[in-house]
Design a protein around this ligand. Sequence first.
Ligand code: AMP
Ligand code: ZN
Length: 135
Amino acid sequence: METCIFCKIIREEIPCHKIYEDKDSLAFLDIKPHALGHTVVIPKNHVETVFELSEWEAQELMIDVITVMNRIKTVLAPDGFNVGWNHHPAGGQVVPHLHFHIFPRYEGDGGGSMHSIIKSPGEKSVTEIAALFQK
Ligand code: AMP
Ligand code: ZN
């Protein structure tokens, strides 16, 4: 049995503020919100990253993320969203159970865009990087 904290939430061993659930996914409010209505959406199957999802599971999860965004839109009426996931510790992942973060955004909330996550483009030019993909 998985000991991960999100699996414990799925098994209801730890409480959460659930806002959506179906047979494959669960969405609940983040316990340390970075935005009003900050929500995490998780697959019920324990996987660490998207690479372990089947094509079908990935499709279902994406549909569920959009369903949850719509629910947040109805209830909280944000002006926008940032949606994404932290992949591996280098990408900021702390809980090793795949989860999408949904940050509802509001005009004047002081937050940034995806571009504010990192500004470290490295030494190689864009052309040099592009060449690596041609090999
Ligand atoms: P990450 O850095 O992408 O792994 O983010 C993990 C997220 O899970 C953080 O935003 C935490 O605040 C959130 N989190 C951890 N434990 C809980 C919990 N018991 N209930 C709700 N959210 C949690
Ligand atoms: Zn888990």
